[in-house]
Write a protein that binds this ligand. Structure first.
Ligand SMILES: [Cu+2]
Length: 201
């Protein structure tokens, strides 16, 4: 079960990997720039030296950034693949976005509005569409976000690891009350989920 839940962590790892390199380079380049501006200022170094045809330097500044960029790509690509490959045994819930609410349809006919209820410890696949304009489903806690488009089926999947309530947003400006198009994901114990499914609306 553990590697299913790792999808979310892979997304975070990629984020920190890229942010980490960005910060290191920001400080490195800024420091070198400041040092050079002082050390090689015109009144000390009036004649600039010619550094053309330094193949070692050119090789280094080509190969090192290429390798770094490729590892960033690999990290992003592998976490993206994890987000797209739905594990077997996922519960499928249909999602309809509309101005300005989210409707959820469960396998046995139960429906809910602006509230997504799922059992803990089971992968969940959301099949998403829209009845009007373009919306976008965003559940930050599970690192998933995808457009809801009329006439098109999109999906996300996630693995709820622990019980609790998590925010759900529309993240595509869809009209006047877009900012009110929010909801909650409730992760329940499997018994409570079953009970909830059987309750009348
Ligand atoms: Cu919307």
């Amino acid at each position: 079960m553990n590697n299913i839940a790792d999808t979310t962590r892979h997304v975070d790892q990629t984020f920190w990997y890229i942010t980490g390199f960005s910060l290191v380079f920001l400080f490195f380049i800024t420091t070198v720039m400041i040092v050079f501006v002082i050390k090689y200022r015109r009144n000390i170094h009036p004649e600039p030296s010619d550094i053309r045809d330094n193949w070692k330097l050119e090789l280094a500044w080509t190969v090192i950034p290429t390798v770094i960029a490729l590892t960033m790509f690999y990290s992003g690509w592998s976490s993206y693949i994890g987000l797209r490959n739905v594990p077997p045994g996922a519960i499928e819930i249909d999602v309809e976005a509309q101005m300005f609410s989210w409707l959820f349809f469960y396998p046995d006919g139960k429906e809910s509005k602006d509230l997504l209820v799922v059992p803990v410890g089971t992968p969940v696949k959301l099949n998403i569409t829209s009845t009007d304009v373009i919306h976008s489903l965003f559940i930050p806690a599970f690192r998933v976000k995808i457009d809801a488009v009329k006439g098109m089926d999109t999906y996300v999947w996630f693995f709820p690891e622990k019980e609790g309530a998590f925010d759900l947003f529309c993240t595509e400006y869809c009209g006047e009350s877009h900012s009110k198009m929010t909801g909650t994901v409730k992760v329940m114990a499997p018994e409570d989920y079953k009970k909830w499914l059987e309750e009348d609306d």
